[in-house]
Write a new protein. Structure first.
Length: 416
């Protein structure tokens, strides 16, 4: 775990605390110069030198562990996109957040709710399969393109100067960052008004919450569900297909397994879990913020410290994984490791109070779609591209997307 201190504590206070080890800092900017474009890579490299718990100081300002680490930072992007942090992911830990989470668990992501959505998954997957069959006849390439939601997610994780230097907020306006955020936010707000109005009205009427809700409360909730839910599952499927194409033997094996399954319950559990390990949709999970001072690992962690958990580095750590950089689906066949937050070395959905409530929904959707794609079609790379020269570079954002779109050629396994 890497700890990123953006609380900008006073120098005198810093000297009195037993803080985690920290790289050498520069005046005013602290450790900003040591953080690259791929933050999860930078943190992994720094942790090799300074330990698994480290402190970075970014910027300057004159100003029970699970509960203490359950708060969130109120960033510029979170305020703009999520109606001043009224969504479930960025809302401060408290009664409002508990009510939003309750609605998620009880009404949207319970086992019964996930099962009730199966007919929708059936219909959507059937449409997808038929569309790909049509493309097979035309020998068309399929590709994943950066979606509208990805634009928001990339902006959401963009570095805002004003978050570290409040007196320099005008820089984010001058560079166009804040105007871009406000433009995307306005477009999404209009979309919610048009297509989610009935849902918003129903939630206001049926007493789902034990408190009064405004339209902004509900819009913030659905903005996060719409953007993060769609993009994280899409990202996982893209990486899964990319890894299978890069490892043809693994592709052949999983297709044989899927095609030997009888009935509708087609699953690729081992491969799905492997993909979540090597390419977690959110490499750093969502940042947390301490709500009070706490002693952790023998170090003093001040209040209002932003904490980043580098899931990407943990899930590639040779201390936990043999040959961690290799795609070896078989490692999970007889493993008791679970991806639902019980095992520290595998935590793509997070853990504790802030763990993603949509685990069951996300896994069901990913497994069902991928099982169908692998059952009905064989997959090849376009002419001129080989498994050896596939570009597996990453694009950092709230989700961990593939930098270059994945182009694939579907071939119907069964006669049309």
């Amino acid at each position: 775990m890497e700890l990123l201190n953006v609380a900008q504590l006073s120098t005198n206070l810093l000297k009195t605390l037993n803080l985690p080890p920290s790289p050498p800092k520069l005046p005013l900017i602290g450790n900003i110069h040591q953080v690259g474009k791929l933050l999860h890579h930078s943190l992994r490299d720094l942790s090799k030198k300074y330990g698994s718990l480290l402190l970075l100081q970014l910027g300057y300002n004159s100003n029970n562990h699970d509960i203490v680490f359950s708060d969130r930072s109120r960033t510029t992007a979170a305020n703009i996109f999520f109606y001043k942090c009224k969504d479930m992911a960025c809302a401060p830990y408290g009664e409002y957040w508990r009510q939003v989470k309750k609605m998620s668990i009880v009404q949207l992501f319970s086992r019964q709710s996930v099962q009730s959505f199966q007919f929708i998954r059936d219909e959507e997957v059937e449409l997808l399969i038929n569309k790909i069959r049509s493309d097979c006849l035309k020998e068309s390439l399929l590709s994943n393109r950066h979606s509208y939601s990805q634009k928001l997610l990339i902006l959401f994780t963009s570095l805002c100067v004003g978050d570290m230097f409040p007196y320099l907020r005008w820089v984010d306006v001058l560079t166009g960052l804040i105007p871009s955020m406000k433009t995307i936010s306005a477009e999404l707000d209009a979309f919610l008004d048009q297509d989610f109005l009935s849902i918003i009205m129903q939630l206001q009427k049926n007493g789902t919450f034990e408190m009064d809700l405004t339209q902004e409360n509900i819009k913030a909730y659905w903005t996060y569900m719409f953007v993060a839910g769609i993009d994280s599952s899409t990202t996982t499927k893209v990486w899964m297909m990319a890894e299978l194409l890069k490892h043809p033997n693994a592709m052949k094996k999983v297709q044989e397994e899927v095609r030997n399954v009888v009935g509708n319950k087609l699953k690729v559990d081992a491969e799905d879990v492997k993909t979540l390990r090597l390419h977690p949709a959110g490499p750093l999970l969502l940042p947390r913020q301490t709500s009070a001072s706490v002693k952790f690992g023998g170090y003093d962690i001040p209040s209002n410290t932003t904490v980043l958990i580098n899931a990407w580095a943990i899930q590639r750590d040779p201390k936990w994984w043999e040959n961690p950089e290799e795609f070896i689906p078989e490692r999970f066949e007889n493993s008791s490791i679970d991806f639902k937050g019980q095992d520290f070395q595998l935590n793509p959905f997070g853990f504790g109070r802030r763990r993603c409530p949509g685990i069951a929904f996300g896994v069901a959707s990913i497994e069902f779609v991928m099982a169908n794609l692998l059952y009905w079609f064989d997959w090849k790379l376009p002419a001129g591209e080989t498994a050896e020269n596939m570009d597996m570079a990453e694009l950092y954002g709230l989700t961990f997307t593939k930098k270059t779109p994945l182009h694939v050629l579907p071939i119907s396994h069964f006669s049309l």
